[in-house]
Ligand binder design. Structure first.
Ligand SMILES: [Zn+2]
Length: 153
């Protein structure tokens, strides 16, 4: 693996070194990892996080961008298989003004949506009651992501 630089005090740099059951890490790719968002807008809210501490898509190498697309497709399949949602949101918040909580470490969001759930934008920054706990989501998604990623999706 290349690009192992870490920045002290960065939550996203610390997650891969922690206990997966506590950090809710779901999958380790060559350049990115998949983790549950601790502050989900909806049950099953996933984050795709770059392994190294870089802020923008423009700083990514071609192989990092390629794996990003592959893993987003795996995440989409896993969410559909596990939760059968009515839809999905996928996005990148570039900078704090765009809503990024940790703008200095690149990450993308993907979350399942159901008809009648609260509007995505209005839920940012609010604490919501989740029908699915983080533990439940982690247990369900982990084997499915492992299988789909291993299948070379
Ligand atoms: Zn970092």
């Amino acid at each position: 693996m290349t690009g192992q630089e870490k920045t002290e005090g960065c939550v996203f740099c610390a997650i891969p070194g922690g206990d997966e059951a506590l950090t809710y890490l779901l999958h380790r790719g060559a350049h990115w990892y998949v983790v549950l968002n601790r502050y989900p807008y909806n049950g099953g809210h996933l984050l795709l996080v770059l392994n190294r501490h870089a802020a923008t898509l423009g700083e990514c190498a071609p192989q990092e961008l390629q794996e990003m697309a592959q893993l987003l497709a795996v995440m989409e399949r896993a969410l559909v298989e596990c939760f059968n949602p009515d839809g999905l949101n996928c996005g990148y918040n570039g900078g704090r003004s765009a809503g990024a909580g940790i703008p200095e470490h690149l990450h993308l969001h993907m979350l399942p949506r159901w008809a009648g759930d609260t509007n995505f934008m209005s839920t940012i920054g609010e604490t919501r009651v989740m029908p699915l706990t983080l533990d439940q989501a982690w247990v369900r998604l982990r084997p499915v992501l492992a299988r789909l990623a291993g299948a070379g999706a």
